[in-house]
Write a protein that binds this ligand. Structure first.
Ligand SMILES: [Zn+2]
Length: 252
């Protein structure tokens, strides 16, 4: 069995969602976390989770969405507190685009970290071109956090070593299958087995050999295969260890 820890099925039409879940299960991807990026997508993630066994929700405010957010973020608390919500995310920092409002991103990142400290559910971190600031805030809160997942990790091995000391899990996405993904392949080589998770981040970031097509939860099998190759393990060994890790971090 495989646990895909990060899918955005909630970004798709209902008819497609059911077909993709079926295809995932047919490929032994039995468990998934559907991740929200704002209020509406978090709500939809929870709806999907509530209507399927072994599918769980992660609710939060993505850094890029936080820039447009108006109102009181406490509206997320009902979603976050739901028993089918296993984590808080995706939250974090994304400095990739010019003119990002770093202060606003940091404000909401910190707000959700505080929720996580109170509610005691793990945080799912989106971090792009902002590893140092992300590290600083996680360092500040990690002692009171219940678990930290760095989703679609794309940083260096050195940075990973620092995050591991904070207790972070490293979630690997389809980008590891890309030919030029030297750094991520290095990360996979060195990440301890008890901190490793797998995901697709679908419908984005389609792995090889389906580049050019829409990504889907079942394709996490290509991530597992690539990791198995790099770590010189069997497919089943990687599937089993990442499954066990996901159950542990999500308290399932
Ligand atoms: Zn995502």
């Amino acid at each position: 069995m495989i646990f895909n820890t990060h899918t955005h099925l909630n970004d798709l039409q209902v008819e497609d969602i059911e077909a993709l879940i079926k295809n995932a299960i047919d490929n032994n991807v039995t468990h998934m976390a559907v991740v929200g990026s704002d209020y509406n997508t978090s709500l939809k993630a929870l709806e999907i989770a509530k209507s399927h066994d072994n599918i769980y929700a992660v609710c939060g405010l993505h850094p890029s969405d936080s820039e447009q957010f108006v109102g009181n973020s406490d509206i997320f608390l009902d979603l976050i507190n739901d028993s089918k919500t296993v984590g808080i995310g995706e939250i974090g920092l994304d400095y990739h685009y010019e003119n990002t409002n770093k202060e606003k991103q940091k404000y909401y990142f910190e707000t959700f970290l505080k929720y996580a400290c109170n509610i005691k559910k793990p945080v799912i971190i989106h971090c792009r071109d902002a590893y140092l600031d992300t590290y600083e805030l996680l360092e500040k809160y990690h002692k009171n956090l219940d678990g930290i997942i760095l989703h679609c990790y794309s940083g260096s091995v050195e940075m990973m070593q620092r995050f591991l000391k904070l207790g972070c899990y490293i979630s690997i996405a389809g980008t590891v299958t890309f030919k030029n993904a030297k750094e991520i392949k290095e990360v996979v080589k060195y990440v301890p087995l008890d901190r490793l998770l797998v995901e697709t981040d679908d419908p984005y970031l389609t792995p090889v050999p389906y580049r050019g097509h829409q990504n889907q939860p079942a394709y996490v099998t290509f991530v597992v295969s690539e990791i198995a190759k790099i770590k010189e393990m069997t497919f089943d060994e990687v599937a089993n260890i990442t499954f066990t890790n996901a159950l542990k971090v999500f308290h399932l």
